[in-house]
Ligand binder design. Sequence first.
Ligand SMILES: Cc1cc2nc3c(=O)[nH]c(=O)nc-3n(C[C@H](O)[C@H](O)[C@H](O)COP(=O)(O)OP(=O)(O)OC[C@H]3O[C@@H](n4cnc5c(N)ncnc54)[C@H](O)[C@@H]3O)c2cc1C
Length: 386
Amino acid sequence: MTEPSAVFEDEYRELLDSFGAFVRRELEPLAAELGEGGHPSHELCSYVRQRSAQLGFYAGDYPESLGGSDMPFSAVVALQHAAGRTGCRLAPYALAGSEGPSPLLLGGTDEQIKRYLEPLVRGQRTRCLALTEPDAGSDAFRLTTTADRVDGGWVISGRKTFVSNAAHADLVLVVAAVRTPAGQRRPAVFLLEQGHPGMRLGQRYEGMSGEVLHELVLDAAEVPDEALLGDGDAPDALGASMGSLSRGRLMVAAMCNGIAEYALSLGVEYARHRRAFGRPIGDYQHVQEHLVTSRAELEASKVLTLACARLVDSGVEPPENAALAKLTASTMAVRVVDRALQVHGATGWVRGHPLEFLYRQVRTMTIIEGTTEIQKVIIAGAMGLG
Ligand SMILES: Cc1cc2nc3c(=O)[nH]c(=O)nc-3n(C[C@H](O)[C@H](O)[C@H](O)COP(=O)(O)OP(=O)(O)OC[C@H]3O[C@@H](n4cnc5c(N)ncnc54)[C@H](O)[C@@H]3O)c2cc1C
């Protein structure tokens, strides 16, 4: 049976098959040692990342001159989906996420690209993005972290929160408000290496799926002029970040579609074999309803995400497209995982069952890269509302 979404995947079939084979042969045996609910260690993630970079999967959409594979963005989105549908807990670490090369760095000087972006593309180093603040989450650019000019550089002060990979990142992208010549504040990005004097980890947060986030405190951290991303006097980070936000959202959408596909496959398999009242539970229409509705929603979401990724490759990148895909895929994945767990009854609820983990993991997806409500705000704006 050919699914409608295969239209968008067929071109990358060979790539997707070889990624699937890599996951099966190399990552699944390592994942089997993780234990229930265990989060992979920093060392294991580094190994997976570097091995995947060697094979050409990691950060594949970056240019070969930087260590990437010059893949179209839609191929990377298809890989992201493939990683989710394997169900292997290590597969997402084989592809660049929030610890990998940031498209923001493409706006850097030649020296910054060579020094910071290239090792990220090669998987040799990782980074984090310190944007969110205790009083600036969805309203991300209402910053109280400031960077003020001093002789030969800048002094950065403020408090960032919920930063992924903050404890291990070699490079920290700090978004701080600088003063324009007209005296207004606007966001700019500064590049600080781990251990920079005046920057330290604050509160540690452990999320429901085991992911660890941190506060980052900037206590009058002095940085040289070269720490400011880009040429000139503080290029506008708000403008530069828009494209990178859209691409990040499409990657999250693809990951959600992949997770949903895996959850649905578990649900269908279980419904075919589990028996109740003398028949497989898949014979009952209430159970079919969970699985059929999930399949329809998943296929529609997948087509939408892959089509938006194709449009990015043809230079069409309005923010509302990524918002539509992220809104659709993340809310769909939460529902599909919930239904698949329901089909499993108590079996899916038990600690250590794949669905129990997915249930906690997928809940993150309607919050990261802009909440569901913020995607709706973007779409409403594009419809001329609000
Ligand atoms: C797993 C995880 C990883 C993260 N990693 C990072 C990271 O690496 N770097 C980083 O900087 N941040 C990171 N974050 C933070 C994330 O970006 C924020 O949590 C997110 O932007 C939402 O902000 P908030 O949590 O402050 O919620 P708030 O902005 O306080 O929102 C609370 C609620 O109000 C709603 N709301 C807010 N404004 C509106 C509006 N205008 N209309 C309708 N509803 C609205 C929201 O949708 C939400 O439901 C991470 C978060 C998580 C969970």
